[in-house]
Design a protein around this ligand. Structure first.
Ligand SMILES: NC(=O)c1ccc[n+]([C@@H]2O[C@H](COP(=O)([O-])OP(=O)(O)OC[C@H]3O[C@@H](n4cnc5c(N)ncnc54)[C@H](O)[C@@H]3O)[C@@H](O)[C@H]2O)c1
Length: 302
């Protein structure tokens, strides 16, 4: 299966992630069939697509893109499996649901159609036991919201074929994403592990009275430049000292207990208590659109 042969996409589950994927697929000119068993899901999706379409227009639509090029087919895609060239599954992050759904989809779908799950932590090895064609099952883990955030982690299981991994990476690239291949199924995949490392230390610094939450943010966004001599030079220079820091960090790592949570929450409230999260989310999306537009045409590592 190649990106150019993908015309009709199935989206299973139209919550936060499935709705956003649907918008992106439509913006790229694909035809989308969607399903979700929740009452009111169809209306909710229509309203959501209305709300993000202006943003997708700003980012640039494919010539044949239309907000209406989708069909809400009900609780399941079952009657439409034969029409689909690719499936993105976005049901709740519960193992039982994933096992049942992926098994059903696999049983009904042409064997050459890739089934990608948006799962943010359950690896696909956990839900391929019922599959006749596990070689076409993998994780395509997006970041919220997928129509804006460039990163997608492609996480195969041991049975996913090399051909399908390649096809999936190339499909996500074609969608304008920055896919990365997570070569081993590790808990949390990769990007959230990086995030967990950083967050754990940030929480620990606040918990232990070293920085306020506000200054954690300032330290993160205003520092962290790089030198011109490269990685090896940096590590020879700072590595020995860093070993000591890491030892101290491990000794004072964040404990996730109620007391620690309360200290961090207090500091976060001082910084954000007066802020409307809805408004911040809106501003973030507007900034992301500007940033993504600036990055178009820029060189490596964007
Ligand atoms: N929210 C995030 O930030 C985020 C980020 C990346 C990945 N994910 C992953 O994406 C997936 C979906 O998460 P979400 O945040 O959109 O959840 P959500 O709760 O917003 O949406 C899940 C949707 O699935 C529907 N659903 C329930 N049972 C179903 C079934 N049997 N078949 C089809 N649809 C069903 C629900 O009605 C709901 O609309 C999860 O695996 C999650 O881990 C979430």
């Amino acid at each position: 299966m190649t990106s150019s042969s993908i015309r009709t996409v199935g989206v299973v589950g139209t919550g936060v992630i499935g709705g956003s994927w649907t918008g992106l697929f439509l913006a790229k000119g694909l035809h989308v069939l969607v399903s979700d068993p929740a009452p009111g899901a169809e209306e909710k999706l229509a309203a959501y697509l209305d709300s993000i379409w202006r943003t997708l227009e700003q980012l640039g639509l494919a010539g044949n893109a239309s907000k209406d090029n989708y069909r809400f087919v009900g609780e399941t895609l079952e009657a439409h499996y034969g029409e689909l060239d690719f499936v993105q599954e976005n049901a709740p992050e519960r193992l039982g649901i994933k096992i049942q759904l992926i098994g059903e989809i696999d049983a009904g779908m042409r064997p050459d159609v890739i089934i990608a799950s948006s799962s943010s932590g359950i690896t696909s090895s956990h839900f391929i036991d019922n599959c006749q064609h596990p070689e076409r099952v993998l994780i395509g883990h997006p970041f919220n919201p997928p129509h804006l955030m460039p990163l997608v982690e492609v996480v195969p299981n041991q049975k996913t074929s090399a051909e399908n991994i390649k096809a999936e990476l190339s499909f996500y690239k074609w969608l304008g994403k920055n896919p990365v291949l997570v070569k081993k199924e590790v808990p949390g995949f990769a990007a959230n592990r990086l995030q967990a490392g950083l967050c754990s230390e940030a929480y620990s610094l606040v918990r232990n009275g070293v920085l306020s939450a506000e200054d954690v943010v300032m330290a993160k966004i205003s520092g962290g430049g790089g030198g011109k001599y490269g990685f090896q030079h940096l590590m020879r220079h700072l590595g020995p000292a860093m070993e000591g820091w890491l030892e101290d960090m491990r000794a004072h790592s964040y404990d996730f207990g109620e007391d620690s949570l309360a200290v961090c929450e207090g500091s976060v409230q001082e910084m954000l208590g007066h802020v409307d999260p809805e408004e911040v989310g809106k501003q973030r999306d507007e900034l992301l659109v500007k940033l993504l537009s600036l990055k178009v045409g820029a060189s490596a590592l964007v």
